[in-house]
Design a protein around this ligand. Structure first.
Ligand SMILES: [Zn+2]
Length: 412
C-alpha cells in the first residue's frame, strides 16, 4: 500500500510537471500574468531604449561601445555573473532552482553599417527610422523587456536562464560570437538556445549555411603581343566560372551558388598576372553544401589544368581559394521540444506563427545538434540592412510576451 501511495505520489508529480510545461496553463500563472502586464506597461520605455541603443554605433567588429551599454543594463536589471567574454559577447544569468535546463536567450549587437554611418533615430507615430532599428535593436530590446518583466513580476523558473548580447552575427562577422559562446565561453552548458532576430512573430528552425571564398589565379603575365602564348589567369578564371555556372544543384534542399565579384588585370594589352573572384554557396543541408563545395574546388583545379594544357604549360597559372566566410548549416527537427513549445506558446497567445528557414546565430547550435530556434522580436518593419530601415512598433509588446512565455516554458 505504502508503495502504491509512493507510485501515486510520483505520478502526481509527473502529471503536475506535465501541466506546468504547458504554455496554455503557464499563461494563467499569477506571476506570468504579472509579467505580461509589466511588458505592456514598460513598452513605451522599452521603445525609447530601442532608439537609444540604436544610436550607439556597432559597426562590424566594433560592437564594444554598445556591448558596454548592454553590460550596464544587465547589471541594473540584477542579472548575475554579468561579464564580457573573449569575443565581446555580453553574458548574464538569472538562476532558477537548478542550473539545468539552461535556456539561452540571445540577440546580436552588431550591424552591417560601417563606422561613420549616421545612426540617428527618428520617430513619427508608430514608425521609428534608423539603421539597425529593427535588426537587431528590436531583438536586444525584446530580450531586455523579458528580463525586466521577469524581475518585476518575480517569476520563478525551475531551470536557469542566460541572456547574451552577442557579436559578429552579420556578414564577415561570420557568427564569431556564437562560435566563441558554444565552443568556449559556455561550452557544454547550453541546453536550449533562442535567438531574437528579425521582426514579426515567425519561428526559424532551419539554418541555411554558407561557404564564401576569395579565389585568386596567378601567372607570370606579360605583353599581350610580345609574350603571347602563355597561360592567362583571367582566361583560366573564365573557364572556372563557366564550370561553376553549369553546376546542377538540388532545389530541395535549396542549394545555391554565386560568383558575386570579379577583378584583375592591369591593361588591355597585358597578359594579367592576377585575377580574383568572390564566390558564395548556400544550403540548409550540410551534405548538399559540402557537395557543391567539392564541385567548386574540382572546377578550380580543372580550369587551371585546362588553361595550362592549352598553352603547353608556358607561363603556367596557379589558383588558391581563401575561405572568407563559413556559416555552418543545420536544423532543429520540427517535432523537437523547442519547436513544438514555440508553436504552442504562439497558439496560447492567439498568434499564428509560421516556421521557416534563415541564416542566423542559431546556425551554430543547430550544426552542433543543440536545440535552437530564432524568433522575431515583434512589430514589423522594412529595409533591413539599408540606411532607410524602419520599425513599426504597433503591438510590439506581443513579441516580448511571446519570448517570455517561451523561455519560461522551456526552463523546466
Ligand atoms: Zn540580424
Amino acid at each position: 500500500m505504502a508503495r502504491n501511495i509512493g507510485i501515486l505520489f510520483t505520478l502526481c508529480i509527473a502529471v503536475a510537471q506535465c501541466y506546468a510545461q504547458d504554455p496554455q496553463t503557464l499563461i494563467k500563472d499569477p506571476t506570468v500574468i504579472a509579467a505580461f502586464d509589466a511588458i505592456k506597461r514598460n513598452e513605451p520605455r522599452m521603445l525609447s531604449e530601442q532608439a537609444r541603443i540604436c544610436e550607439i554605433a556597432a559597426p562590424p567588429f566594433h560592437e564594444e561601445q554598445r556591448g558596454l551599454e548592454l553590460k550596464k543594463l544587465f547589471e541594473e536589471l540584477r542579472l548575475e555573473n554579468v561579464h564580457i567574454d573573449k569575443a565581446g559577447n555580453v553574458i548574464g544569468t538569472r538562476s532558477g532552482s537548478s542550473p539545468h535546463p539552461n535556456v539561452v536567450l540571445a540577440a546580436h549587437l552588431d550591424t552591417v553599417f560601417p563606422e561613420g554611418t549616421n545612426v540617428k533615430v527618428t520617430r513619427e507615430g508608430n514608425i521609428m527610422k534608423g539603421p539597425g532599428i529593427g535588426d537587431d535593436c528590436r531583438g536586444l530590446v525584446t530580450m531586455l523587456g523579458v528580463i525586466r518583466a521577469l524581475q518585476e513580476a518575480n517569476v520563478k523558473t525551475p531551470g536557469s536562464l542566460t541572456f547574451v548580447a552577442d557579436v559578429g552575427e552579420e556578414g564577415l562577422g561570420d557568427l564569431r560570437g556564437m562560435k566563441q559562446l558554444f565552443n568556449e565561453s559556455m561550452r557544454g552548458q547550453i541546453d536550449q538556445f533562442i535567438s531574437i532576430d528579425g521582426l514579426g512573430l515567425g519561428i526559424t528552425d532551419v539554418g541555411v549555411g554558407s561557404y564564401r571564398y576569395k579565389v585568386t589565379f596567378k601567372g607570370p603575365g606579360g605583353h599581350s603581343y610580345g609574350a603571347f602564348g602563355m597561360a592567362n589567369p583571367i582566361q583560366a578564371m573564365g573557364r572556372a566560372i563557366a564550370k561553376i555556372d553549369a553546376f546542377q544543384v538540388p532545389s530541395n534542399p535549396k542549394t545555391t551558388f554565386n560568383v558575386g565579384r570579379v577583378g584583375g588585370g592591369t591593361s588591355v594589352n597585358a597578359i594579367p598576372f592576377e585575377a580574383w573572384m568572390e564566390v558564395d554557396m548556400r544550403s540548409a543541408d550540410v551534405n548538399s553544401l559540402n557537395a557543391v563545395n567539392d564541385k567548386f574546388k574540382a572546377a578550380l583545379n580543372e580550369a587551371v589544368q585546362e588553361e595550362n594544357q592549352r598553352w603547353n604549360n608556358k607561363g603556367p597559372v596557379s589558383v588558391s581559394a581563401e575561405m572568407v566566410g563559413l556559416r555552418p548549416a543545420g536544423n532543429t527537427p520540427p517535432d523537437s521540444h523547442i519547436v513544438t513549445t514555440a508553436l504552442e506558446v504562439s497558439k496560447a497567445l492567439g498568434v499564428n506563427s509560421h516556421v521557416g528557414e534563415g541564416s542566423t546565430d542559431s546556425n551554430v547550435p543547430m550544426n552542433l545538434h543543440i536545440p535552437a530556434i530564432t524568433i522575431g522580436g515583434g512589430g514589423s518593419g522594412t529595409g533591413a540592412h539599408s540606411l532607410g530601415e524602419t520599425y513599426d512598433c504597433t503591438d510590439s509588446w506581443k513579441g516580448t510576451q511571446r519570448a517570455l512565455l517561451l523561455v519560461v516554458s522551456l526552463a523546466r
